[in-house]
Design a protein around this ligand. Structure first.
Ligand code: EPZ
Length: 418
């Protein structure tokens, strides 16, 4: 199993390109199931989760032209013959549950494994199922699977109990081929939802309001092919900017809109960093040791839970005491005991962590537990004195494309040990 070795204390400086967004690419690739034409996607990140998604689609009968080396994929769902997402695939990548909406809407049937829990929380899919039932789907749970069927989905009003990203994506895709109008309320407003709506519109869907709480969709009888570039990855970008702050450097990330990360940029400024917001770039210039601050994770446009672990690493070396409150996932502090191995002083009470900033961290062997936790350990290693080895970086590879190469171009002393 690959590990990452980091010799800390190097200042990160320079420019890096953001990869395509994992969390936008996953539902967008899956939305090709709705289309009767060729869907050409560019800027698709070459990540484990993307490869798992292509395998899932191929198993269903989708023709896959995989050119991920060039971040390109062409998908043609003309000959879909399997309407099942098996346990073995769904348990490795729970986002595959969003095949439910497109399969139901286009083929009237779907069998999808329940994802089960993961390291960061129970993560049920009740909002997905309730929303699809509102569009007329018959849904049963049997043997750990969701068995769903529908003659033709009917447009309807769906009010989500919570602005769930996955549920909004699943129901939005289903409504694109439903009969009549659907009005989705209390929707997730994340930029990834906007990007998915953009891809669906490129296929001929009629959607408005994405990025707001209310999305209106006029269902179509069929959708065509498209050429669509995936948006830049805001969480990857935020991770590099955090590295600049923790190492006293200056980093510019190109290829994403700064508006996608505003809640995070405001916190970087509160920590004392200088931020330059460009149309398609963000720059962070450290102004010295970070100041302590408080963070509460919330749905977009609030502070993203996917940046919580990285900010905890910043606060571990900040000047003063900080408080982090995690409101989205019930078990997203797995990085705490690992950061403590570097010398961080963190106390957890329920969904709140108190971090007393330390003047320095010392390198140590660490264990990654989930995607964003592994990013925070890499950041901790970059700021620590001496050598850090992060084990089980397959977690990192799920969401960061060639991270060690990008960090090396910014001056980090980091290498992958296979
Ligand atoms: C997406 O997960 C992202 N994943 C997550 O990123 C991200 O943390 C999350 O949104 C929140 O921003 C992808 O886009 C692939 P939710 P998702 O449905 O869709 C509860 C990363 O690090 N809930 O908005 O699963 C749920 O348990 C990953 O890249 C229900 O109770 O998130 C959670 O507590 C991790 N019932 C909360 O809502 C449901 O039916 C938010 O979940 C659905 C969700």
């Amino acid at each position: 199993m690959d590990k990452m070795r980091i010799r800390g204390g190097k200042t990160l400086s320079g420019t890096v390109q953001a990869s395509g967004s994992k969390n936008a690419a996953l539902p967008i690739l899956i939305s090709s199931l709705l289309s009767e034409g060729a869907c050409n996607f560019s800027r698709v990140p070459n990540l484990q989760d993307i490869r798992t998604t292509l395998k899932l689609l191929e198993q269903m009968g989708v023709k896959v032209q995989n050119d991920l080396q060039k971040n390109r994929v062409c998908l043609e769902a003309k000959t879909v013959s399997q309407f099942e997402a098996p346990y073995d695939l769904v348990r490795t990548m729970r986002a595959s549950v969003v095949v439910l909406g497109p399969l139901l809407a286009r083929f009237g049937k779907a069998k999808v494994s329940l994802p089960g829990g993961c390291a960061i929380g129970a993560r049920p899919i009740n909002y997905h199922l309730t929303g699809l039932e509102k569009l007329g789907a018959q849904i049963e749970l049997e043997g750990g699977y969701v068995i769903a069927s529908a003659k033709r989905l009917q447009g309807a009003r769906v009010a989500f109990e919570f602005p769930s990203v996955g549920a909004t994506e699943n129901v939005m895709m289903a409504a694109a081929l439903a009969k009549g109008e659907s009005i989705l309320e209390n929707c997730a407003r994340e930029p990834e939802i906007i990007d998915l709506a953009g891809a669906l519109r490129a296929m001929g869907a009629e959607i408005e309001g994405e990025g707001t709480e209310e999305i209106r969709i006029q269902g179509k009888d069929k959708l065509g092919g498209c050429d669509y570039p995936i948006m830049g990855d805001r969480i990857e970008a935020g991770t590099f900017l955090a590295g600049a702050l923790m190492t006293g450097g200056a980093v510019r990330v190109e290829g994403l809109a700064s508006t996608h990360l505003e809640a995070v940029l405001v916190k970087f400024e509160e920590a004392g960093a200088k931020i330059v917001r460009g149309d398609q770039f963000i720059e962070l210039q450290s102004q010295g040791r970070a100041k302590a601050l408080d963070i509460t994770t919330q749905p977009f446009p609030g502070f993203p839970t996917d940046m919580q672990a990285q900010f905890m690493a910043i606060m571990a070396v900040a000047d003063g005491a900080s408080v982090v409150t995690e409101t989205i996932f019930e078990n997203r502090f797995m990085h705490v005991p690992e950061l403590a191995r570097l010398g961080a002083d963190i106390t957890v009470r329920g969904n709140t962590a108190m971090i007393r900033g330390q003047a320095k961290l010392i390198g140590a062997p660490l264990m990654a537990t989930d995607l964003r936790a592994s990013a925070s350990l890499i950041l901790g290693g970059l700021a620590a004195q001496g050598e850090t080895v992060v084990n089980r970086i397959y977690h990192l590879d799920r969401g960061y494309e060639r991270m060690e190469e990008k960090l090396s171009t910014l001056g980090a002393d980091i290498e992958r040990i296979s």
